[in-house]
Ligand binder design. Structure first.
Ligand SMILES: [Zn+2]
Length: 140
């Protein structure tokens, strides 16, 4: 729950920031006069205005993409960036051990396994939470 709440908070923050940037872009871009009084919406009719809005749209999509990409490689427990990518498997033995990359939380909360080979469609990364290290030590 904390993992999704952190993503929602980042998206809300980015939304507020992008709304501020949109207000600044609309204030900077002069709204052109209507063409012969017929066209009121300058988008698609004024080159400068249209290109400005298109750049803003692409930049906004990139910000959202970076947020989602960054969030995929965070620990589900402590929200820290996952570290130490380890390539496992083999590209020459795809059927027996498929190539994948494993990332771990620096505090040992879990492991994220990302498939490198997507033969049968998109495979979601597999998060495996580790048990508490002290519980494992006290069992023996
Ligand atoms: Zn962690």
């Amino acid at each position: 729950m904390r993992y999704w709440g952190y993503l929602a908070a980042k998206l809300a923050g980015a939304g507020l920031m992008l709304c501020g940037i949109a207000a600044a872009v609309l204030a900077v871009l002069p709204r052109p006069a209507p063409i012969r009084g017929l066209v009121d919406d300058p988008f698609g009719h004024s080159l400068g205005y249209t290109v400005g809005i298109m750049f803003y749209t692409v930049a906004s999509a990139m910000v959202l993409l970076l947020i989602v990409w960054d969030h995929r490689y965070r620990c589900r427990t402590c929200m820290r960036r996952l570290r130490m990518p380890l390539a496992t498997g083999s590209w020459t033995q795809v059927l027996l051990s498929r190539p994948r990359t494993e990332y771990i939380c620096p505090y040992g909360h879990g492991t994220l396994k990302v498939e490198e080979l997507q033969i049968t469609g998109h495979a979601e990364p597999d998060w495996q939470a580790n048990e508490d290290m002290w519980k494992e030590l006290l069992k023996k």
